[in-house]
Design a protein around this ligand. Sequence first.
Ligand SMILES: Nc1ncnc2c1ncn2[C@@H]1O[C@H](COP(=O)(O)OP(=O)(O)OP(=O)(O)O)[C@@H](O)[C@H]1O
Ligand SMILES: [Mg+2]
Length: 291
Amino acid sequence: MKKYRDIAGDGGSDIVGQVEAQQRRLRERLSAVRAVVAIVSGKGGVGKSALTANLASCLAQGGCRVGVLDADLNGPTMAKMLGVRGQRLVVAPAGVEPPRTSLGVKVMSMDLLLPSDSAPLTWDAETQHEAYTWRGSMEASALREFLADTNWGELDALLLDLPPGTDRLATVASLVAELAGTVVVTIPSDVAHLVVRKSITVAGQVKAPILGLVENMAGLFPGPDAAGLAREASIPFLGRVPFDPALAAAADRGEPFVAVAPESAAARALAEIAQALRSALSLPASAAPAP
Ligand SMILES: Nc1ncnc2c1ncn2[C@@H]1O[C@H](COP(=O)(O)OP(=O)(O)OP(=O)(O)O)[C@@H](O)[C@H]1O
Ligand SMILES: [Mg+2]
């Protein structure tokens, strides 16, 4: 798509037409997805991405057709955690073919497009001032492209791994009218709860229901009880995932922790949370694992 600077004279690039066409493609694409779910937390580093990777793997193990979109353009980690880093993207007439994990989860991430490990995402702008001005809308348009131009095919669930920041959900909700729900993540600390409370408020303002609050890294600090926070906010409490160094190690290796250590307390907690999501979203629970 052309950039705003390409428009000269009478604006012959028909940018409005291009955006409309992309929005049409986005609607068509998402009509084949049963439930789009955003994993959010205003707080950084609480385990949004690790939970997204493992919940996607749990759902796929249970027979759901699952996709993951890494909505963190500046700090993408999904390709690494899901073990598809370095795979080449194939562009087919139906769109970009997303790589699949060993459990069949389809993954799209900015990380699959960046040329090198150290290259951060830079926006095309003449001045830094202009970059800030356009950053928000560039982010939204990059996400729209990812959603619309990836050949997701038919999916039961598409999980969106959001970057930290309380404002990020509003951007995603403006793109995905059919958001099925949000999962809010916290850790047991007052500092996290302070920010997560704001995320719950923002999540309450978008049209999609809050599917619930997850306490991650449970037991790591003697912090406040997340079940109490959920009660106070009148949202479901989905459960606690214990802190387990093996979970972080599996994420670093790009392996689905729930598959490599299914008997661990953390994997069992993740399986229960996935089951709660499956029920809340009426997703299929077939015995046959996804291809
Ligand atoms: N329950 C857990 N036990 C042990 N390690 C965990 C757990 N959950 C997440 N981690 C690890 O903690 C680190 C931070 O997690 P993660 O990257 O998922 O957080 P995040 O909320 O997505 O961060 P960001 O806000 O930067 O996107 C990662 O190395 C991850 O593997
Ligand atoms: Mg993350």
